[in-house]
Design a protein around this ligand. Structure first.
Ligand code: ADP
Length: 541
């Protein structure tokens, strides 16, 4: 017997319909690319997304056509976020920090036809244009007065396109399994790979994310995604915030600490970004003596979250930290370190240590730590293995590849090394390619880095393995001192010593002004290793 309930395809257009209907006047505040702070709400974003969908239909967009978008976090970007899938298109989010070569590759590979961009990014698209023969045209997300001098030939003005429509047409409908958006992995080795989210995967992921143990958004929250919408599906915020009827604050292009602080002051209750952003903000707060009066929770993910950051937010500013793990291939969020009763019962200091774990998954995500023979490892908090994941928001196959990337049991190998504890909390110990292998044992680069940045004079640290004739590899630390500080190697080793076995301590510490970062703001160990090799670095003694 089949159930006799209604068919209601899980399409993302329903999310913005819901927000506009039941949370119509909730504010969405943006620092615009043109400069001033602008205010709108879900009802207006909905109407303008409808107009945009009509305009795209008029431009000839057909179901399944891929549309590129290179834009900062703004209300207009949210309109495109819904207008494109609402017109039947597939939105390909573009990271302007990628190299020209990578951008040309991914735009061509995904076959982006129309390409949206913010006014300040139009010159970049114009530079790429000759290498994009498949591109149909560019739509610059501004009004006529702010159209940039340099843009691809025949570029259209977003506000003019919208003004010509009445928003009266319905969304394009269809199966929930249809493609909705594309994000490429950063491709540290080889070409970037396209992850194709479906309407269904985005809706289910957002529903999982608004659960209380996860992002826990409600209509009383004001959400500020500092993480760009173009990075790993925007950590679901473009879907989960309107689904919950939350307000949003969109920080635009300027992600400097003073600008972020001003936007946080718009009443933001929860904000999300990678650790480097928070290191910057905390330094700014220390220097200026400013506080965070509205903020209740801060979500930190994308790389391991240093203990010093968790401690500062919680103890100094009274802001609760949610450490999260995920990847582009998993929609992206897979786990949150929220407190189950077993953790809530711990003394403060022990609980703080537990927060270094990436946490536990929501319903719709299954996680397993497996050994090399694909056997599950014990949930003992110490056995390290490969972290695998499966669920309706996890990639099965990359765009245009012929083979599945998930195995026959649907497990996708994350490339991360992790442990699992008795309560089902994972601890990410490393990316497998970054693990330092010394004398047959594994040293976690993440643990070394985390402890190093707890030194008061260390601003950022990267631990990498350097080839060694006897031990295979030995760890070294590359350290950026805090401005004006001159920490000694010995004092850093002394900070590490109580927490590591002797053989795990770094053989050398190098001081640098800057550590290279990837296009998503993470430490680029690949570049760092290359730089050291070019400088002919060798281990001491
Ligand atoms: P990119 O390769 O562009 O950084 P992703 O955002 O997909 O793209 O990166 C996912 C990877 O980031 C994970 O596989 C993991 O190695 C790392 N990562 C994400 N969150 C955490 C975390 N909380 N702790 C440690 N590593 C993390």
């Amino acid at each position: 017997m089949l159930g006799q309930m209604q068919d209601w395809p899980l399409r993302v257009s329903r999310i913005i319909d819901h927000a506009a209907r039941y949370h119509a006047r909730r504010p969405v505040v943006t620092r615009t690319v043109e400069g001033p702070v602008a205010r709108t709400d879900w009802a207006s974003i909905h109407l303008r997304a409808r107009k945009l969908a009509q305009a795209l239909a008029r431009l000839g967009l057909r179901k399944g056509d891929v549309v590129g978008c290179m834009a900062w976090n703004t209300a207009r970007h949210l309109e495109v976020w819904y207008g494109v899938p609402g017109a039947g298109g597939v939105l390909h989010s573009l990271n302007p920090r990628l190299s020209h070569e990578q951008l040309t590759y991914i735009i061509s590979h995904a076959e982006d036809g129309w390409i949206f961009c913010d006014a300040d990014l139009a010159p970049l698209i114009a530079e790429l244009w000759p290498g994009l023969p498949q591109a149909k045209g560019c739509i610059v997300m501004t009004d006529r007065a702010h159209m940039p001098e340099t843009a691809p030939p025949g570029a259209l003005c977003y506000e003019e396109l919208i003004a010509a429509e009445d928003g009266g047409a319905d969304w394009v409908t269809g199966d929930e399994a249809e493609a909705c958006g594309i994000c490429y992995t950063s491709g540290t080795t080889g070409h970037p790979k396209g992850v194709v989210y479906s309407h269904r995967s985005n809706v289910l992921h957002a529903m999982a994310m608004i659960q209380p143990d996860m992002l826990g958004f409600s209509s009383n929250d004001t959400v500020m995604p500092v993480v760009p919408l173009f990075h790993a599906n925007g950590w679901s915020t473009g879907f989960s915030a309107p689904m919950a009827g939350a307000s949003m604050v969109m920080p635009g292009r300027d992600l400097s600490a003073p600008s972020l602080w001003e936007m946080l002051d718009e009443g933001v209750t929860i904000t999300l970004a990678v650790p480097t952003v928070w290191l910057m903000l905390l330094a700014h707060l220390r220097e200026t003596g400013r506080a965070l009066p509205h903020l209740q929770r801060v979500v930190i993910g994308g790389s391991a979250c240093p203990k010093a950051v968790i401690e500062a937010f919680q103890k100094v500013y009274g802001v609760h930290v949610l450490h999260a793990w995920g990847m582009t291939e998993t929609s992206p969020l897979g786990s949150f370190c929220s407190f189950k009763p077993e953790m809530a019962a711990l003394p403060d200091d022990e609980r703080l240590d537990q927060q270094l774990k990436a946490g536990h998954p929501p319903f719709t995500v299954e996680l397993a730590v497996m050994d090399e023979g694909d056997e599950p490892m014990p949930w003992d908090d110490t056995s390290q293995g490969r972290l695998k994941i499966r669920g309706p928001g996890v990639v099965k196959r990359y765009l245009k590849e012929t083979n599945d990337v998930a195995d026959r049991e649907s497990w996708f190998d994350t490339g991360d090394a992790a442990t699992m504890d008795e309560n089902g909390y994972i601890r990410i110990t490393d990316r497998l390619k970054d693990v330092i292998k010394s004398g047959g044992e594994w040293i976690s680069s993440i643990d070394l880095e985390n402890m190093a940045v707890s030194h008061p004079d260390v601003s950022e640290a990267a631990a990498i393995g350097v080839p060694h004739p006897k031990w295979d590899e030995r760890p070294i630390l590359v350290v950026v001192p805090r401005p004006g500080a001159e920490p000694s190697k010995e004092s850093i080793i002394e900070t590490l010593r109580p927490h590591f076995a002797k053989w795990m301590l770094p053989d050398d510490i190098l001081f640098v002004e800057e550590i290279p970062h990837t296009a998503t703001g993470k430490i680029s160990k690949l570049t760092l290793r290359k730089q050291l090799a070019e400088q002919g670095y060798t281990l001491p003694g």
